[in-house]
Design a protein around this ligand. Structure first.
Ligand code: NAD
Length: 297
């Protein structure tokens, strides 16, 4: 029987643990705070930011929000980040991506103070992750790691294939999977847009993390029987629904679930974990900045 990996339930556990830590911090005089910065007219980005604010509210994290006109000069964004870096009531600073073309993403990611970089995208935090000394793990791969742990997926010695090499998902995911850790020690192959014969790589994989942003492109016939499949993809496809679209993963769930040993659905798999790990990182950031120990696994 294929196990359906329930991200909603594991994310609820993470949120519960975070809420407990928020009240412990509050007893110690620390009110964790997350600032989101939006410089975009993209409705999807607006939705993501408002979901993050709602999530904060649910666990007792203070949330602050700054909106910058998408046409404003990049300097306005830099100044906003500098102000947030300085504020004592803000422990995490998240700049919602993507940014307008006239803004250099790299400069922005370097501008966020590494201690407040709850996305884990600052080069200092990327370096620490690679060195096996992570301060903040990027939320999506960290969420996948939590799912592997929650479902006791054996990664040691497993052949893992990560499809996608982005800085926010594929690369950090592969890094976590090769580390000497209970959810690491996997022999990991990173596939990308120039990979030849993806099918052959997938056919030997005990563990697949699909993060290419291509709707349902991994199907059951490409998977090894019993493989654990973590579908990171969130793709909008036209559908006969009220909204005119539906969300599907990078994996064709219907055919894959008959072959896989365990699989995440979309929605309800990795997505809720990404959101929960942001709260986790924010509380961790508050503890680090105020020198109060935070008890989160
Ligand atoms: P991206 O566009 O930055 O990266 C996509 C990667 O896929 C690239 O590295 C590219 O080389 C690779 N790729 C493209 N075509 C390929 C092919 N034919 N074969 C193999 N690899 C190929 O995307 P991203 O930001 O990493 O996001 C990937 C997907 O995950 C998107 O659908 C995104 O919406 C989703 N996402 C979901 C969450 C979540 O919480 N579930 C979080 C972040 C991203």
């Amino acid at each position: 029987m294929t196990e359906i990996i329930d991200g909603e339930s594991v994310a609820a556990d993470v949120r519960g643990a975070v809420a407990d830590e928020v009240s412990r911090l509050s007893d110690a005089g620390v009110e964790p705070g997350l600032a989101t910065v939006l410089m975009s007219d993209d409705p999807a980005s607006e939705t993501y930011v408002s979901m993050k604010q709602r999530d904060c509210e649910e666990v007792g994290i203070e949330s602050f929000h700054v909106e910058i006109d998408a046409d404003a000069p990049a300097a306005e964004l830099y100044e906003t980040i500098d102000d947030l870096n300085e504020r004592d009531d803000v422990h995490g600073v998240l700049v919602q991506l993507p940014l307008p073309d006239h803004v250099d993403k790299r400069t922005v990611l370097r501008r966020v103070a590494p201690e407040k970089d709850v996305d884990g995208f600052h080069p200092e935090n990327v370096g620490r992750l690679v060195a096996g000394d992570a301060r903040f793990k990027p939320c999506t791969p960290h969420g996948v790691q939590k799912l592997l742990d929650a479902y006791d997926v054996e990664t040691e010695g497993a052949d893992a294939v990560v499809v996608g090499r982005s800085d926010i998902v594929g690369k950090p995911m592969a890094n976590l999977l090769i580390q000497k850790s209970p959810t690491g020690n996997a022999t990991t192959t990173v596939c990308h847009s120039r990979t030849e014969d993806l099918e052959a790589k997938l056919a030997g994989a005990d563990l697949v993390v699909a993060a290419a942003g291509l709707p349902e492109f991994v199907d059951g016939s490409m998977l090894k029987a019993g493989a654990t499949v973590l579908d990171v993809g969130i793709n909008r496809v036209d559908a006969d629904t009220e909204k005119g679209y539906e969300l599907v993963g990078d994996v064709d769930y219907e055919s894959a679930k008959d072959v896989a040993g365990a699989i995440t659905p979309v929605p309800g798999g990795v997505g809720p974990m990404t959101r929960a790990m942001l709260l986790y990182n924010t509380v961790k950031a508050a503890g680090l900045q105020r020198d109060v120990e935070v008890d989160l696994e």
